[in-house]
Design a protein around this ligand. Structure first.
Ligand code: CO
Length: 136
């Protein structure tokens, strides 16, 4: 297992337009990228904070996972993403340890990174994303 840091924290928001200025004006962070991830039916906005990024997630469709999340829990922290060196190896390892996977194999997430989600039912309620960091 080779986790290096928290790659990003995913935050579900109703509107990027309304929430980006909050991070920019209150905390002085700069949104450096807005990107649509069609497959996940989200638009994402990124800020850097040290080694960690903040990823705001806005639904692009009524059947987006983010729409469902906000209906159930309201806006707020949606997932934690751990930076890992080798995502396939890490997935295999956590599966062997009995963790339920949402993604059996890595797929492309925002910023072109290979990602996989672990099921919150086997992680004490936290949606954990593994995110391959090629610089590790
Ligand atoms: Co993420």
């Amino acid at each position: 297992m080779n986790l290096s840091h928290i790659e990003h924290i995913g935050i579900a928001v109703k509107s990027l337009e309304l929430s980006i200025p909050f991070y920019e004006e209150v905390f002085g962070l700069k949104c450096y990228n807005i990107e649509e991830v069609t497959e996940q039916k989200v638009r994402t906005a990124f800020f850097r904070l040290g080694d960690t990024k903040i990823e705001l997630l806005e639904a692009t469709s009524p059947d987006s996972p983010i729409t469902k999340f906000i209906e159930k829990k309201g806006e707020g922290i949606h997932h934690l993403a751990f930076a890992v060196k080798d995502i396939s190896e890490t997935l295999h390892e956590v599966e062997k340890k009995g963790v339920r996977l949402i993604d059996d194999s890595p797929r492309k997430g925002a910023e072109g990174l290979d990602i996989s989600f672990l099921h919150p039912a086997s992680t004490f309620g936290v949606l954990i994303e593994l995110c391959e960091d090629n610089s590790l």
